[in-house]
Structure formats: structure tokens, C-alpha cells
Design a protein around this ligand. Structure first.
Ligand code: UN1
Length: 503
């Protein structure tokens, strides 16, 4: 069966009509073979504005539904995702090229965040705060915010949507989603899965709670600029964030930006090298280096460098690269030609700066439009460009270090600040790494790689990563508006700060 046929069958099972997949101008290709799998119709900016208005209307009634009841809709969404996990996971593999366990893992991440959000729907707590005035009570309440715009990237085409949507929905918000133009099919699948959950939920769910915008950049711009969208959560490159952030700031909308990562690991003298090796291999080569949390820089202490490097090289030379739909390869394709070219450009530059490259070459598999590569391991004499930039491909730059303070400085000396990790059994080192003058990233790990974060923690990073937090912990607060309420139940009107104003 061709991939196009399988895609159509999967989408039909998930509830997407065949007509939606043909006759349009957005050509969707599977990176697995480079073949066309669908041609979707796109919407105009005016259509996008209408969708946002419809979502706003839905929000106005959804916000009146009690939180725990809103949680029931997300519980049903989680149930539908469980039912359709195999199909949606496979579709992720087709559309992004992920290996099966990673395609399924992405859907599992969606299920997990739904579970989290269901619990959260009964825990949208505010504080009661001590007031300085007698007979008064001060508290804060959390109210639904409005329409939440979600802009997602190709590499986690559905999980990132679910982190935002599950929280937004229990928080009483409506969602308007602009998926990556590279991965619209999985978005249509999610729309259909969500529609099922809404149907099961019944009449209390207003029409239009989720809008999916299939369109180009102009459509995304409508979402960013629309006055009825008080929050936009955008995942993608730092370049995209530099455009989106100021536009949102201009109209005082909130931004949750989850942008580039240039994540590093440190292998210290006391590291368990077996453990480090496995974590590095998955972190750097997994998902073909196309996670924002991918391990891209590795600092290895000089005392263990010669023990680790040959083993790492061997892992790079032996890792299986190939069609994720038909083989049990660990590394699938890059998303497209542009990704391949960016990788080659970075490797050429690294070589010019004294880098010694293992791997990095193309793996031919009979499909000229599919871009498979051997992951690249690059021994660098020091941290210079391109090491300091994120290249969205499987390149791991390895550098030797001798001094712990100096390596912490090097670790932090890049623009991005998403994820980081240290391999050590030395308590002083690990605490320094996690402490105030240690890693400057939003995620800092010990004896675990940089990627594969659980949904329970807040996800995001500092500096050029954008500063936003999604997913677990108290990330939900960005999706609600906070009101501070002071109630006077006394018979007098004392003013705060001792002010008197007697008329
Ligand atoms: C992303 O690459 O945009 O931590 C998200 C991880 C995944 C999410 C990555 N849970 O690697």
C-alpha cells in the first residue's frame, strides 16, 4: 500500500473526510519517502478572523461551565486519544518521520497532559491573603482568559497542541490552532478526535471551541494580531519568536514562547559512563535531532574523554538509519531538503573551524526527495559558530574541558536556554549545576539527558528560548486572568496605608 493510501485510510478511521485531503494547494509530503500524501485546501486571512470570532463566541459560554465539568471534556479527549493512539501515532510517523515508539510516545504525552488537566480542573486555586484592615477579606480568583492562539511546529505536531489545549480548555478558554504547514494532517486528525469528545460531552460544550486554521503565514498573522486573542502560545524558531513576540507586546497580549534550544550536557569525572552514553545517544540522535530539547553540545572532562569518545563514535557509526514505517531503525528522516542543507552547511562551517566530523553524510534509500542522514558527531577544539547556534538536525558537538567553573560559563555562553544536563556522581557538582550560578536553562537535569521531559513539570526556557512555560506545574496560570478581590464586611471604611479622607 502506498503511504498516500495508508494516510487516507488512517484519517478516515480517525474521522477526517476524504474530500478534505484532495484538490487543495497545500501539498503535504511524507518525509519518509518524499511522496505527496495530500493536497489540502487552505483558508484566507478573512476566514481565519471569522474562526477567531466563532471561538470567542464559544468562549463566552464555555467560561460559565464549572471547572470540574470542563475537566470532563478533557477526560473524554484523553479517552478518545487512548482509543486512537495507534492510528494517531502512525500518522505522526508518516507525517514527521518519527520511529514508531516516538510516534506513539507523542500521543502518550497527549494522554498524560489530559490526565493532568482533568485533575487541575478541580485545583484552579487562588490564595486567601492576610489583609491589613479589620473586617476585610482579601483573596485572589482565577477566571477564564479568552481565546488562546496556538502556533505549533512540525516536530511535535500534536503533543504541543495538547499541552496548550488541555490546559486552556479546563481553564475555560477556547482554542484557535495554527499548525505547521508541514504537518496539517495530524492537526485535522486531532480536530476530528476532539469533535468526538465534544459529541460525547453533550450540549454544554459550545460549537466552535476548537478552530483549526490550515493556511499560510498570513493566517498565522491574523491570529497574532487579533484583538480577541489575549494569549498566543507559539512554538518554533527564535526567528519566528522575534517576529511574534513584539507584535503581541504591541497590543499587550500575552505570549508563551517556546523557541530554539541549544542544549548541552556535561560529563564530569565521576559520571557513570554507561548511563551517560545511553542518554547522550538518545538525546542527540533520537527523533533525528529534531527535538527542541535535542542534545547539541557535549562537554566531556579530559579525564574521561578518551574512555567515552570511542564508545560514542561506535554508537554513531552503528546506529540504524532508515524508513521508520518499514524497518526498526532508530533514526528516521529529516523533515525536508532545507533541513538537510542546513545540516551540511553547519558541518562545513564546523570543519573550517577545526571540527572533526564522524557521520553526517546522506543515506540513500531510493527516494530522492527523502533526506536520511547518518547523525554527526563533531569533535570541536572550542565553542565557536556553528556550535553556538541551533541547527535543527542530528549534530552533536563534543568539547573537552578541565575546569568546572569554566565549563559552566561555556555551558551558558549561548543564546538559547531551554534544557541542560550533567552526568556526575559528585553531589557538589550536581548541586552547583542546579543552583543559582549553575545552568541558566529552564530545564536542568542530573544523570538524565536533555530531552524527553515529563508533562508534570513546567516546560520552557530562558533567554532566546522565549521565557514561556507550558504543560505542568503552574503553567496553567498563563491561561487564566487573576483578580485580586478585597471584601469589606465591617461597618466602617478604613483606608489602606493609614490614609484619611473624611468628607
Ligand atoms: C519539542 O521538541 O518542541 O522534552 C518538545 C521533550 C518532549 C517535548 C519536546 N517532551 O523532548
Amino acid at each position: 500500500m502506498t503511504i498516500a493510501k495508508e494516510t487516507a485510510e488512517l484519517l478516515a478511521k480517525l474521522g477526517v473526510a476524504r474530500e478534505a485531503l484532495v484538490g487543495g494547494d497545500l501539498i503535504v509530503k511524507s518525509p519518509v519517502t518524499g511522496e505527496e500524501v495530500a493536497a489540502l485546501k487552505t483558508i484566507s486571512p478573512a476566514d481565519a478572523a471569522r474562526s477567531i470570532d466563532a471561538a470567542h463566541k464559544a468562549f463566552q459560554s464555555w467560561r460559565l461551565v464549572p471547572g470540574p465539568k470542563r475537566g470532563e471534556l478533557v477526560r473524554l479527549l484523553g479517552e478518545e486519544l487512548r482509543i486512537h493512539k495507534a492510528e494517531l501515532g502512525r500518522l505522526v510517523s508518516i507525517e514527521v518521520g518519527k520511529i514508531p515508539s516516538e510516534g506513539l510516545g507523542e500521543v502518550q504525552e497527549m494522554i498524560d497532559i489530559c490526565d493532568f488537566a482533568v485533575g487541575l480542573s478541580r485545583q484552579l486555586y487562588g490564595l486567601t491573603i492576610a489583609t491589613e484592615r479589620p473586617g476585610h477579606r482579601m483573596m485572589e480568583t482565577w477566571h477564564p482568559l479568552g481565546v488562546v492562539g496556538v502556533i505549533s511546529a512540525f516536530n511535535f505536531p500534536v503533543a504541543v497542541w495538547s499541552w496548550n489545549a488541555a490546559l486552556a480548555l479546563v481553564c475555560g478558554d477556547a482554542v484557535v490552532w495554527k499548525p505547521s504547514e508541514k504537518t496539517p494532517l495530524t492537526a485535522l486528525a486531532c480536530e476530528a478526535i476532539f469533535a468526538r469528545a465534544v459529541k460525547r460531552f453533550g450540549a454544554d460544550a459550545p460549537q466552535g471551541l476548537l478552530q483549526v486554521l490550515i493556511g499560510d503565514r498570513a493566517v498565522g498573522e491574523v491570529l497574532v494580531d487579533h484583538p480577541k486573542v489575549p494569549l498566543v502560545s507559539a512554538t518554533g524558531s527564535t526567528r519566528m519568536g522575534r517576529e511574534v513576540g513584539p507584535r503581541l507586546a504591541k497590543r499587550f497580549a500575552r505570549a508563551v514562547l517556546e523557541l530554539g534550544g541549544n542544549n548541552a550536557g556535561i560529563v564530569a569525572p565521576s559520571a557513570d559512563l554507561d548511563m551517560a552514553l545511553r542518554a547522550i545517544a538518545f538525546g542527540a540522535m533520537g527523533t533525528a535531532g529534531q527535538r527542541c530539547t535535542t542534545l547539541r553540545r557535549l562537554f566531556v572532562h579530559e579525564s574521561v574523554y578518551d574512555a567515552l569518545l570511542p564508545r560514542l563514535k561506535k554508537a554513531y557509526q552503528s546506529v540504524s538509519v532508515g524508513n521508520p514505517l518499514e524497518t526498526s531503525s532508530l533514526v528516521g528522516p529529516l523533515i525536508d531538503k532545507a533541513a538537510y542543507e542546513a545540516m551540511q552547511k553547519a558541518l562545513t562551517e564546523a570543519t573550517a573551524h577545526g571540527g572533526k566530523v564522524t557521520g553526517g553524510t546522506r543515506v540513500e534509500n531510493g527516494h530522492p526527495d527523502a533526506y536520511y542522514v547518518h547523525p554527526a558527531l563533531v569533535e570541536m577544539p572550542k565553542q565557536v559558530s556553528p556550535v553556538t547556534e541551533e541547527t535543527f538536525a542530528p549534530i552533536l558537538y563534543v568539547m573537552k574541558y578541565s575546569d568546572f567553573d569554566a565549563v559552566l560559563d561555556e555551558h551558558n555562553a549561548v543564546g538559547a536556554g531551554l534544557s541542560s544536563s550533567i552526568f556526575t556522581r559528585d553531589l557538589q557538582e550536581s548541586e552547583r549545576f542546579l543552583g543559582v550560578d549553575g545552568s541558566d536553562c529552564g530545564i536542568a537535569n542530573v544523570n538524565i539527558g536533555t530531552s524527553g521531559a515529563e508533562i508534570g513539570g513546567a516546560f520552557g526556557g530562558e533567554k532566546e528560548t522565549g521565557g514561556g512555560r507550558e504543560s505542568g506545574s503552574d503553567a496553567w496560570k498563563a491561561y487564566m486572568r487573576r483578580a485580586t478581590n478585597t471584601v469589606n464586611y465591617s461597618k466602617a471604611l478604613p483606608l489602606a496605608q493609614g490614609v484619611s479622607f473624611d468628607i
